[in-house]
Design a binder for this molecule. Structure first.
Ligand SMILES: NC(=O)c1ccc[n+]([C@@H]2O[C@H](COP(=O)([O-])OP(=O)(O)OC[C@H]3O[C@@H](n4cnc5c(N)ncnc54)[C@H](O)[C@@H]3O)[C@@H](O)[C@H]2O)c1
Ligand SMILES: [Zn+2]
Length: 351
């Protein structure tokens, strides 16, 4: 049964000692079996940190790492394993991994026998501050991202920050872009905290809960993306078009790096529309260029990126609408952007 919107809670636990935390959670529940979904990297780096808490009978399901494996074939492999091990409707699936594992595992759990319990235990920064919360699950299909999926709420979300120690720096940077976005749309104090520090000196214990809090508040107001949740698309209209363009060109760039560029480009549109003060755009640019450099595309690529923007599934009646930041800590949704606005923003980014 679908809960009324107002009853959906996006709660999370900040875990200090994962072994005692998970042991006592499992002791207090009556799951008939525990399954843990990992990819190769999270099995190697993260599973050992929680293994002691898991019952001896726990079944580890491993699927290949990477977005290209966020597919129905991987779901089949998960469902086959659950079936082979006779998982019943009281089984628990713990998704131990980045956003790929969380999205795919959440979907597998939601569909297996019409739904079993699952816990999100994110291991990448992006998953910790973004993907683990909000109930969006699914897989890519037919060349489209997250084409098949469902809204499904996890039993719990466990944030254990030391997993980040083994996360490659590019992945850390990619996730950091979502922290920057959350600060810019709704948390000006976090913005002023993070913008003064280098990546390696960021205070994750403060930034991760603050960032999760922004996402939590937004998704609790709007669990099914009817209004408020559009704020989370800041930086993503042009960022996502750039990401798709680079992917098609065979020069893929991480999601967060493209979103960071999107924040600058869309920031320019926000300045033109009188939403963002120019000096605040300069602050955003300074941070984004220092951390992410300039993403390589040229003026001749602009028409192709514009076409991708116009195909964005978030558009309504063929109009490009975006969530624009400004002043920092605030965001306006559904602002219509013309082709001229988008062209100007892409050209501005290139300097
Ligand atoms: N559901 C949502 O609301 C939501 C929101 C944002 C993104 N997403 C989805 O999240 C996915 C991207 O997430 P991601 O960036 O975490 O990708 P990912 O899960 O592919 O992880 C990135 C890489 O880091 C590795 N990794 C993860 N944790 C590690 C650790 N602690 N140590 C070493 N290696 C580790 C993974 O094995 C993988 O190779 C996309 O599929 C996107 O669609 C979902
Ligand atoms: Zn994103």
């Amino acid at each position: 049964m679908q809960l009324p919107d107002s009853q959906i809670k996006a709660s999370f636990d900040l875990v200090e000692n994962p072994v005692s935390f998970i042991s006592s959670y499992l002791k207090n529940q009556s799951f008939t079996a525990v399954f843990v979904l990992t990819d190769r990297n999270t099995r190697r780096h993260c599973l050992p940190l929680i293994k002691e808490a898991l019952p001896k009978s726990t079944v580890i399901i491993q699927i290949p790492a990477g977005e290209m494996h966020k597919t129905l074939d991987s779901c089949s492999a998960v469902w086959e394993k659950l079936t082979a091990k006779n998982a019943d409707r009281k089984a628990l699936l713990i998704n131990l991994g980045g956003g790929m594992i969380g999205d795919l595992g959440g979907f597998c759990a939601a569909a297996y026998k019409r739904g079993i319990a699952f816990v999100q235990m994110p291991t990448s920064l992006l998953a910790m501050v973004d993907a683990c919360l909000g109930g969006k699950t699914g897989v890519d299909f037919g060349g489209f991202k997250n084409q098949i999926g469902a809204f499904a709420q996890p039993e719990a979300v466990w944030i254990y920050q030391p997993f980040l120690k083994t996360l490659p720096e590019t992945e850390l940077l990619s996730g950091f872009a979502e922290i920057i976005k959350h600060a810019l749309i709704a948390d000006a104090p976090a913005w002023h905290l993070l913008r003064k520090r280098e990546l390696k000196n960021q205070n994750w214990s403060e930034l991760i809960p603050a960032s999760l809090q922004v996402k939590k508040q937004i998704v609790e107001i709007d669990p099914f993306e009817k209004g408020e949740r559009k704020k989370l698309n800041a930086g993503h209209t042009l960022g996502h078009a750039l990401e798709s363009f680079l992917m098609k060109k065979g020069n893929p760039h991480p999601h967060g790096h493209c979103v960071a560029a999107g924040l600058v480009m869309e920031g320019r549109i926000a300045v033109e529309k009188g939403l963002l003060p120019e000096n605040e755009l300069i602050q955003i640019e300074e941070l984004v260029y220092a951390l992410y450099g300039i993403i390589p595309f040229s003026r001749t690529d602009v028409p192709a990126i514009l076409r991708l923007c116009q195909q964005d599934k978030k558009n309504e009646a063929g109009k490009v609408r975006m969530a624009l930041i400004g002043p920092i800590g605030n965001c306006t949704t559904d602002v219509e952007a013309t082709e001229a606005d988008l062209k100007m923003a892409l050209r501005y980014y290139l300097g």
